[in-house]
Write a protein that binds this ligand. Structure first.
Ligand SMILES: [Zn+2]
Length: 303
């Protein structure tokens, strides 16, 4: 019989991932408001790794700081990420199980977005589209011609096998050669990005004038309140921990106005339908930032 590690802590330790010694870099200045006034809010993450998260004192954007370098993240996603998430949840989560979970996820997003999709929407760009399951469901429903971009070659190969134009790489550095897309999707991806402002600016550049932008966040505040723990809401795979306020400020600054928002059935994610507009400098109000920090302090000290 095979011995199975029983506790979450044992399962994570068995992976032998030494986060402390992985190369890291500081984020400077704030990716939303360019401030350099921060509050350190955690010294470890939900997996128990020594991950420091900071909240911007001027806009409330929460981020890992320092975070792994892009090269270190590349290695992390190749070998550690899925075994780590499996160890955390105590069940196997791999490319296959993810695919099975992505079908109902895609169906729910399709139902949400359908009233905003018209006959003039012919092309879809799926950013961080993984193996193409979500894109495939959108294609089946709306007949889109689809392009998918993802940094993982093993995943884009699977997407290509589904007949999707698949690009291996990062959208920020992708040369779109003036192409425009009617529907741009950033599904279950924004929290993993290395540069929110740069990525959203790129998406604004490639969306057609009548296009729609579909995006969802894991709501950091919801994750914190649900677990009554700040650490449980921070994880090394999420560079940024967004809230409705910080996400909506980022959208506005990039030139996206949200027209519909949905608190998902899991009470954790928030999904948005956005349309392109003129960029506006929006910063969450200082009273909201102060309240967020007060709430963090309260959660830290409530037992
Ligand atoms: Zn800021």
């Amino acid at each position: 019989m095979i011995a199975i590690a029983t506790t979450r802590e044992e399962r994570i330790q068995a992976l032998n991932f030494d986060y402390a010694s992985v190369p890291k870099e500081a984020i400077l200045p704030c990716n939303l408001c360019a401030s350099d006034r921060w509050v350190v809010i955690t010294h470890r993450d939900r997996y128990g790794y020594p991950a420091r998260a900071t909240t911007c004192a001027d806009c409330g954007l929460t981020m890992l700081n320092p975070r792994m370098t892009p090269e270190a993240y590349g290695k992390f996603y190749e070998g550690v990420y899925r075994p780590l998430v499996s160890a955390y949840h105590g069940r196997l989560i791999d490319a296959k199980t993810i695919q099975a979970e992505q079908v109902p996820y895609a169906r729910a997003f399709i139902e949400f977005a359908a009233p905003y999709i018209t006959d003039s929407h012919r092309t879809l760009l799926d950013v961080g589209g993984s193996t193409g399951i979500v894109a495939r469901e959108f294609m089946a429903e709306f007949g889109f011609s689809t392009t998918l971009i993802d940094p993982a070659p093993a995943e884009t190969a699977e997407a290509a096998a589904l007949g999707i134009e698949s690009i291996t790489g990062f959208v920020e550095s992708w040369d779109s050669q003036g192409r425009k897309f009617d529907v741009v999707g950033l599904f279950q991806t924004i929290d993993h990005l290395m540069d929110l402002t740069l990525t959203l600016a790129k998406l604004r550049e490639v969306i057609s004038d009548h296009g729609i932008f579909l995006v969802d966040i894991v709501d950091f505040r919801a994750a914190m309140l649900r677990n009554r723990s700040v650490e449980e809401a921070i994880k090394i795979d999420h560079v940024y921990s967004l809230t409705e306020e910080t996400a909506e400020a980022l959208f506005a600054r990039a030139g996206f106005a949200w027209v519909r928002k949905s608190y998902s059935a899991d009470h954790l994610h928030v999904s948005y339908i956005c349309v392109p507009t003129k960029p506006t400098i929006v910063t969450p109000e200082s009273t909201w930032v102060a309240n967020l920090l007060r709430e963090i302090r309260q959660v830290q000290n409530t037992k």
